[in-house]
Design a protein. Structure first.
Lengths: 341, 535
């Protein structure tokens, strides 16, 4: 499946009206500077937009299509040099490089300083798999998040003082009923996710054994899955987290199938922002804010205003005011912001 | 048909480009050198080299090129640079990346002027040459001339992206040829190479670095800070000198030697010496000749000028050449053969003589210091024993001989020791103790009553003198070598681990059962002295 383009117009709206105000607020108000790890794309749109706030970039670029699989990574590296962006670009998908600890060029991957800004794009379905260091054992791509949080924890232990980081996470709002059923009935499901499933599946059910892709129709289910797994990855006595409302937008449609069966399908995307704070265990009771997060309204990209509250199945209406990440942070983030104030 | 035919531009085929670049720049790192060199020639105050598997970039903050200069920079074998002021002046260096990358781009901008973007499409040049070769194999006439080839693939345009914000030049070599990149993957290799070709500053880990840089500044010799970035590692590079190269306390302040002959000023040398020992790091032994920071030849260049070649192994430093007539050859292994080179070579024996005298003086001081240390030690042992063994005639006879020997050793170095401010007091103390010990032994050996009375007085004096010498002479005896491999290591003879094991086995199982450890240590010490003197 092709990757959505980074310069998709709706993605641009999310970047401009949701991510940028938040990053700029933290930078201007608390002098936060960013060490960026993510997939900026060849044209480095994010990085260029936030260049004045970024000290270093750790970028990933997977191989492109034949005949020149290196074209994108070569161009990305060249662009980083032309624009004097300090950092390193790895050749390979973020998940593979992080799990295998090296890229296709043989560059070793290690993290020796805390990353303060993740911008991760899981363009394939989150249930697809990737090889690990353990004799090629395969795990979910999403497990890479667990790995980067382990790396973060090691860096935090070394650096000590309270540290904050932001995770921008984009996933494809698509899965099959069978997969969602499997993921939402596992023994590790948290109480909130279980409760959410029970209340939502009545009004917006899916067929438990269907392998047909559910494209953007069951946001509540995907949101519950991602929230459940992120919380299990964030399970660290030194870590507290603030989840921002999920933002839904339409990515660039992708072509699927071959020959006469080839067609394009829409690319509904779900964008998450999570602000995390590492601190010594005695300084924080690990917690996730706000409570009853799954019942809070998502945000959608529109025309005018560019963002609006868009409650999905099982979600209550949003605030009467237009969605604003800075207002959300000020309302819910006092605990997570401790140490910055 | 015309009577004569003159050479024309169509007589230079495209193949001349790979012939020239491959011949001159065999090592992929030579391209780095060429672009760094251009930055230095442009008066850069800071240079940055970044290497990743796709791209190599060299960025400097030098004066940059105006549009007309950028247009001239693409010429092949023509340069406006003055060989007196610049290292590069042959006009080929800009093509040095031909074998390294598919595309070379140079962004350059002088202050307050628009920037230029120079593009060399090496990949297309190579492909065009390949097609031409195939054409010729099929019996076709050659049609690819150098002019046509470069015209199609090398051009200058305005830097529309504004890559250089203020002033300077950025050289970007992209889509690296895989084989070439291999050589650039090793941090250590790139660092060593750049240390050899860039006038880097000294490391903070070298205590005399600032002093030498001060001398550089007074002599109008510029150092250029350079940062190397490779993957996630980014560090400033320094000249490869550090305090760790020298053994123990045997590090002396550097000495500066002006290099002049009549009215001709060739530059200067700075030299550090490692006392009486050879330098631990083999690669750093000897003097390196530098012009504009670029090394000429290697550190063995001057070895043949020394009467005792071991001397070259005890010193490290550089000869900074500033004479405009001394022009490095293309391979930078020597200078071009001209009258300036002849004069320079003629100057070297005198310089080596001055250097050797300085080294000899240091060696004598070191030797004297060591003798004083040993004599003081031995005297201390005797002095401590004398009061209680004065009635043992045999022992007194033995001490009599030993004291005569110590006196002889001390007197041999008297002049040197007395001339050294820090050793003079130690010498006086040792001489005083020696005098009292000698008198005590003498009285102990004579039988008269008067002598007996003097003996009692001398015992007191010896004890006092011994106490005083302990206060005045810092006793820092060398750790005596305990095994042969350690001795060989100390004098710079490298053995394999297997050889060391075999020698140790021989020592412990076959030699030490027949000789006391003290006697063996003494033999090893003598061997070390002989090897150090004789090297």
């Amino acid at each position: 499946m092709a990757r959505p383009f980074h310069d998709n117009p709706e993605k641009g709206v999310v970047r401009e009206h949701w991510d940028t105000p938040l990053l700029r607020y933290l930078h201007d108000r608390f002098r936060v500077r960013y060490r960026y790890l993510g997939l900026p794309g060849v044209d480095l749109i994010d990085v260029n937009l936030w260049r004045d706030m970024i000290d270093e970039v750790i970028a990933f670029e997977p191989p492109g299509r034949l005949p020149n699989r290196r074209a994108a990574i070569d161009q990305l590296r060249l662009n980083m040099r032309i624009r004097n962006i300090p950092g390193i670009a790895y050749f390979g998908s973020f998940e593979e490089v992080v799990m295998l600890r090296k890229d296709f060029d043989g560059q070793h991957y290690s993290q020796n300083k805390l990353i303060t800004l993740y911008n991760l794009d899981f363009c394939d379905e989150i249930t697809s798999k990737v090889e690990t260091q353990e004799h090629g054992k395969q795990v979910w791509r999403f497990e890479a998040i667990r790995q980067i949080l382990r790396d973060q924890a090691v860096c935090f232990q070394r650096e000590g003082s309270p540290r904050h980081f932001i995770m921008l996470l984009t996933i494809r709002n698509q899965s099959s009923g069978a997969k969602l059923h499997h993921l939402l009935t596992g023994p590790a499901l948290l109480a909130e996710a279980k409760e959410h499933r029970q209340s939502c599946s009545v009004s917006n059910p899916f067929h438990d054994n269907s392998n047909e892709p559910l494209i953007g129709t069951h946001t509540w289910a995907l949101k519950a899955v991602v929230f459940n797994y992120l919380l299990s990855y964030f399970n660290n006595p030194c870590l507290s987290t603030l989840f921002f409302p999920g933002v839904m937008y339409n990515g660039t449609p992708v072509a699927v199938g071959r020959g006469r069966a080839r067609t394009t399908i829409p690319s509904p995307m779900l964008h998450w922002v999570v602000l995390c704070r590492f601190a010594e265990p005695e300084q924080v009771s690990p917690a996730c804010w706000p409570s009853r997060y799954l019942g809070r309204s998502c945000v959608s990209v529109g025309g005018d205003p560019p963002l609006f509250w868009s409650p999905q199945t099982g979600e209550t209406d949003g605030s009467p005011l237009a969605p604003n990440p800075v207002a959300w942070l000020e309302e819910h983030g006092s605990e997570v912001l401790r140490g910055l104030l | 048909m015309p009577k004569s035919r003159h050479f024309s531009r169509e007589d230079i085929g495209g193949e001349i480009l790979p012939i020239l670049t491959t011949g001159l720049y065999r090592d992929s790192m030579d391209a780095l050198r060429e672009y760094v060199q251009n930055g230095i020639d442009a008066g850069a105050k800071h240079i940055e080299v970044s290497i990743d598997p796709s791209t190599v970039s060299v960025t400097d903050d030098g004066c940059g090129m105006t549009r007309p200069q950028a247009e001239k920079a693409i010429r092949l074998g023509i340069s406006d640079k003055n060989p007196v002021e610049s290292v590069g002046f042959r006009g080929i260096g800009v093509y040095s990346a031909f074998n390294l990358c598919e595309k070379l781009e140079i962004y350059t901008k002088p202050a307050r002027e628009p920037g230029s973007h120079i593009i060399f499409n090496f990949d297309k040049i190579r492909k065009t040459l390949l097609v031409e070769r195939e054409r010729q194999k099929s019996g076709n006439d050659p049609v690819l001339y150098l002019e046509k080839l470069l015209q199609a693939n090398v051009y200058v345009k305005a830097d529309e992206a504004g890559v250089i914000a203020r002033q300077g030049t950025k050289v970007l070599m992209s889509n690296l040829v895989a084989d070439s990149y291999k050589r650039l993957q090793s941090w250590d290799e790139v660092e060593t190479y750049l240390q050899d070709v860039v006038p880097l500053p000294f490391s903070p880990a070298f205590r005399y670095g600032q002093m030498i840089e001060g001398h550089f500044a007074r002599a109008d010799y510029r150092v250029v800070p350079l940062a190397l970035e490779m993957g996630s590692r980014r560090e400033s590079l320094y000249r490869p000198y550090s305090d760790a190269m020298f053994s123990g306390d045997e590090q002396y302040e550097p000495k500066f030697f002006p290099l002049k002959k009549g009215m001709q000023h060739f530059g200067f040398a700075w030299v550090c010496i490692n006392g009486r020992r050879v330098l631990k790091d083999v690669r750093m032994r000897g003097l390196l000749i530098k012009k504009f920071g670029f090394s000429i030849g290697n550190r063995s260049y001057l070895e043949s000028f020394f009467k005792r070649t071991v001397f070259n192994r005890r010193i490290t430093g550089e000869i900074i050449v500033q004479h405009p007539g001394l022009i490095p050859d293309a391979a930078r292994s020597d200078f071009e053969n001209n009258s300036a080179r002849q004069d320079f070579l003629g100057l070297l024996p005198g310089f080596i003589t001055d250097l050797s005298s300085w080294g000899d003086q240091i060696q004598q001081n070191e030797k004297a210091r060591q003798v004083l240390r040993e004599v003081t030690n031995d005297l201390g042992v005797i002095a401590e024993d004398l009061p209680k063994s004065q009635r043992d005639k045999n022992l007194m006879l033995k001490y009599n001989v030993e004291l005569a020997d110590l006196e002889h050793r001390l007197n041999t170095h008297k002049k040197t020791l007395k001339s050294q401010e820090d050793l003079s007091a130690g010498y006086d103390g040792a001489a005083e103790l020696l005098k009292h010990c000698k008198r005590l032994v003498h009285d102990a050996l004579s039988a008269s009553a008067a002598a007996q009375k003097r003996l009692e007085q001398n015992v007191v004096k010896v004890v006092q003198a011994e106490t005083s010498i302990k206060k005045t002479t810092p006793l820092t005896p060398d750790e005596p070598p305990r095994e042969l491999p350690a001795v060989l290591d100390a004098v710079g003879i490298r053995l394999s681990e297997d050889a060391k094991q075999a020698i140790r086995l021989f020592e412990t199982d076959y030699l030490l059962p027949h000789i006391s450890p003290e006697a063996y240590q003494s033999l090893l010490k003598q061997l070390q002295d002989v090897l150090e003197e004789g090297q």
